[in-house]
Design a protein around this ligand. Structure first.
Ligand code: MG
Length: 374
């Protein structure tokens, strides 16, 4: 096992599981968490959930599953380089998007609108709901009974009102404290992963091109370096060589800045990390470069008319599904009717819809609205 820094989360320093369990034999507690996440149904569904492009648009685009695996790879490398708990970083990364609806952010926005009168819908909270309650295949508890720090890492943000309802997990939002360094790493690893793979998928789809990307300094600089080193390089090799350099530059920058901040704050325990300002961070220069890249992606890719046409259609599917189940609860599968009896029809409907993959949602919509389909 790695020699962890004194401010890393460890099995011994953890706040543990809600339901006490015997220690695992051949794994750490956080390795067990990672394994439980990988064996969950919600994790398998990520394979058919949209990142940016709807799953049926092409086999080579990222899905939530491949996105989560890329986040885990980056987070693990960073955690290891900083002598932090890489198993915790991996577990949080693999679970961070479990609560996403079908059809990416468009799906979440549509479901959130439908849920306005019933407490809203937020994918972070839904991820938590999945690992604490909705996964039901263990004999002694609902959910996956994960370690406190894994749950804390999954719950990235949270309103004060919501935090008050979450008990121990919500405390840090009310006390304005940071989560573990491992959770902070996952946040930024997520950002590194999606910024880069969205550039890659955007280029692959033909919705953006290299000429446009030259207006983004981070991309332009690394592209120029690739062209200098490999004159005449084109196509996939040119793109991949550029993107791998950007990922490396971002990770290197993050390690440098985080080490600087950790040295300065000199935390001696995990508790001192919670009380300190954010210690995992990019330099100011890299923050600005990332912002420019994000702005480019928002304007040129996420708001591209092809993406908007697709997401508008997807939102209609979500809204119509929601309305149909709210009008007739017996359309819901029995396990969701049970949730409806305890937590109300709207929450049960949101759970059911959020759990759908893209293609399942489309199929279910067809089954509900087309006579002759079953
Ligand atoms: Mg993500």
């Amino acid at each position: 096992m790695n020699e962890y820094a004194p401010y890393a989360v460890t099995d011994a320093a953890s706040r543990g599981r809600v339901v006490a369990e015997p220690r695992p034999n051949a794994r750490s507690e956080f390795q067990r968490d990672r394994d439980r996440i990988v064996h969950s149904a919600a994790f398998r569904r990520l394979e058919y959930k949209t990142q940016v492009f709807v799953n049926h648009e092409g086999d080579l685009f990222r899905t939530r599953l491949t996105h989560s695996i890329e986040v885990a790879q980056i987070a693990r490398s960073i955690a290891r380089a900083l002598n932090l708990n890489d198993d915790l970083a991996e577990a949080v990364s693999l679970a961070h998007d479990l609560g996403h609806t079908p059809f990416g952010h468009a799906g979440q926005d549509a479901l959130n609108e439908c849920m306005q009168a019933y407490g809203g819908f937020e994918h972070n909270l839904q991820s938590l709901r999945i690992v604490q309650q909705l996964e039901q295949h263990y004999a002694s508890f609902d959910g996956l009974n994960l370690m406190f720090e894994t749950c804390e890492g999954i719950l990235k943000h949270c309103s004060p009102a919501r935090a008050r309802m979450l008990g121990r997990l919500g405390e840090r939002f009310l006390n304005e404290q940071q989560p573990s360094l491992e959770a902070q790493i996952c946040n930024l690893a997520d950002e590194i992963a999606y910024n880069n793979h969205d550039v890659d998928d955007g280029l692959r789809s033909g919705l953006i091109d290299l000429e446009q990307l030259k207006s983004v300094s981070l991309f332009c600089r690394h592209l120029a370096e690739v062209e200098r080193k490999y004159p005449g390089i084109t196509g996939r090799r040119q793109i991949h060589e550029t993107i791998r350099r950007i990922i490396d530059a971002q990770v290197t920058d993050l390690l440098f800045e985080s080490r600087r901040r950790i040295d300065h704050a000199a935390p001696k325990t995990v508790q001192e990390v919670f009380a300190a300002p954010a210690l995992i961070a990019f330099s100011v220069t890299m923050q600005e470069e990332n912002r420019a890249l994000k702005t480019f992606l928002r304007e040129q890719l996420y708001r591209h008319h092809h993406v908007v046409r697709m997401t508008t259609k997807a939102q209609r599917v979500i809204r119509e599904l929601f309305t149909a189940f709210m009008a007739e609860s017996r359309l819901l599968p029995p396990q969701y009717q049970e949730i409806a009896m305890v937590e109300g029809l709207a929450r049960a409907t949101a759970d059911y819809i959020a759990g759908m993959t893209d293609r399942y949602a489309i199929k279910e919509h067809r089954r509900l609205f087309l006579v002759g389909e079953d």
